[in-house]
Design a protein around this ligand. Structure first.
Ligand code: ADP
Length: 518
């Protein structure tokens, strides 16, 4: 193709007359002028022979100014000029292979010095014994800027996805539900114990714990329908090894231009530790509450104990004071004095036993539990022998085979002695006391329960617990301090056991002492 100079205002004429005036050439020329891309024709030495209006607009040089000048000087940036020029000359002399039509991107400079990025599609043809070059040149500055901006933004998103500390999943959506996983980030893979490849293609629903799937079933249709912007809740996921992973999950939807959902993006934050810390806090609070309750009960017991001590020690003390006063005031010293001295002795003796009882009670709490194996049978025999010595009537204690127990021997002896002593003591006047001692082993726990069944006066149902309180006495018809059973309960409970009283089948009481298997 040949081209001519621009003349006049007629667009066709402006392109110059076609050498052979063929309508097809004129048509081509007109097409060149209306092309949105710049079109340049060069001679074999790189001089501009012709360029179209788009080239004028693009580079700022008019056709007249451009024609005859080296393209290199007009539009090639300084630093590339030599290489460009020499390359073209080498091609023109046949030293370089024929230029291909594939577009290349190069930097160009405009008349005003501004730099632009252009896409160059070069062609060549033989004419007049030498090569002629022609090229379409398209300004791709904006396109490339947009492409780099998009690439940058995609890179940023990829970086966020790859390096996020929270698990992220991209999933399909469809049929009102989340579909298969398209992509998972490393944090999600770590959290759930799968590799990223294993996660890809897995149904999102399968990753949620069976008992928590109802949340997604209810909420996802609302999200996909656009009634909710995002879903946020805490739920359990299932890891590869089947373990539960508590996550705070957040799901949003990516829509196409019509607003139809195409993907969903899930963020999963592992809150297992937070939840177990919270559960531990609840547990600790409960323990604290129970400890407080125990403390309150202990305080109440202490209050009752103090009141009982004050009351029970005051009685004999008042008797001591009164009789000491009588003794001091008495004119007829002898008779009154003897009576008063007797009463003083009684009061002081009682106070002494109360104080000793209290000391035993305190020791039962503080003493070390140095357990050894104790043969209960021998222990019962010894105690019965002692009881028979002090009792004013015959004592009959029968027993079945009794076990050996691992207990603190001194403290446990107090328990057996108190219980046996009470069995012998609390019988109606004129009745010969009888106590039967037996033992029963729990086949499941191996715990032993000792039973002391007496033929005594029995204890009213409402008092069967109260008798274990310090100083509580059901009757003052019998000697005693009301401390014995309180000591028994302390000792048994310190061994991890239990003591309680039930009525006997033929009247009387049965004291049960259950001791845990060691
Ligand atoms: P004490 O025998 O010194 O009064 P305890 O603490 O051993 O003190 O007993 C408290 C109270 O329980 C007794 O005062 C008595 O009323 C009642 N009790 C204890 N054991 C028996 C029993 N085997 N039969 C009837 N009552 C009993």
């Amino acid at each position: 193709m040949a081209v001519g100079r621009r003349e006049g205002a007629d667009p066709d004429a402006a392109a110059g007359p076609a050498p052979d005036a063929l309508p097809r050439d004129r048509l081509l020329l007109a097409a060149m002028q209306t092309s949105p891309d710049a079109f340049v024709v060069l001679d074999h030495e790189d001089r501009v022979e012709w360029w179209n209006r788009a080239a004028e607009r693009l580079f700022g040089w008019t056709l007249d100014e451009a024609v005859g000048r080296y393209l290199t000087d007009l539009v090639v940036p300084e630093q590339y000029r030599t290489a460009h020029h020499e390359g073209l000359l080498r091609r023109a002399s046949g030293g370089e292979p024929r230029l291909g039509a594939a577009p290349v991107q190069v930097e160009a400079v405009c008349r005003d010095g501004s730099r632009i990025l252009v896409e160059l599609s070069v062609g060549e043809l033989e004419w007049d014994g030498g090569p002629r070059f022609h090229a379409f040149i398209r300004d791709v500055t904006d396109r490339e800027a947009a492409r780099s901006a998009l690439e940058l933004s995609e890179n940023r998103s990829r970086m966020v996805f790859e390096n996020a500390p929270v698990g992220m999943l991209l999933t399909e959506v469809g049929d009102g539900a989340f579909g298969r996983v398209i992509s998972a980030n490393p944090a999600a893979a770590r959290m759930l114990g799968w590799t990223r490849d294993e996660l890809r293609g897995r149904a999102y629903g399968d990753l949620t714990h069976h008992d928590d799937r109802h949340l997604d079933r209810r909420m996802v249709p609302l999200l996909l329908a656009g009634e909710l912007d995002k879903l946020e809740y805490e739920k359990r996921c299932v890891g590869r090894d089947g373990r539960e992973v508590w996550v705070a999950s957040s799901a949003t939807v990516v829509r196409d231009l019509d607003g139809s959902p195409i993907h969903s993006i899930h963020q999963l934050m592992d809150i297992s530790e937070r939840r177990s810390a919270a559960q531990q806090l609840v547990r600790l609070n409960e323990e604290l509450r129970q400890a407080n309750e125990g403390l309150a009960a202990a305080n109440a017991e202490l209050d009752g104990f103090t009141a009982a001590v004050a009351h029970d020690l005051k009685n004999p003390l008042m008797a001591i004071l009164m009789h000491a006063h009588l003794l001091a005031e008495s004119e007829d010293g002898r008779a009154v004095g003897r009576r008063a001295a007797d009463a003083i002795t009684r009061g002081a003796t009682r106070m002494n036993s109360l104080i000793e009882g209290l000391l035993l009670y305190a020791r039962a709490e503080g003493a070390e539990l140095d357990r050894t194996s104790v043969d209960v049978d021998t222990m019962v025999c010894d105690i019965v022998r002692e009881l028979s010595v002090v009792a004013d009537r015959p004592v009959r204690v029968t027993r079945e085979e009794l076990p050996s127990l691992s207990v603190e021997p001194v403290l446990f002896r107090q328990v057996v002695a108190n219980v046996l002593g009470n069995g012998v003591k609390y019988v109606a006047p004129g009745v010969a006391p009888r106590v039967h001692v037996s033992a029963h082993k729990d086949p499941v726990t191996d715990d032993w329960t000792l039973r002391f069944a007496d033929n005594g006066i029995g204890i009213a149902p409402e008092s069967r617990e109260r008798v274990f309180d310090v100083f509580h006495r059901e009757t003052t018809d019998y000697p005693g301090t009301g401390i014995g059973l309180a000591i028994c309960r302390r000792v048994v409970e310190r061994h991890g056991g239990k003591i309680w009283i039930e009525p006997g089948p033929d009247g009387g009481s049965v004291v049960h002492v259950r001791m845990p298997c060691e």
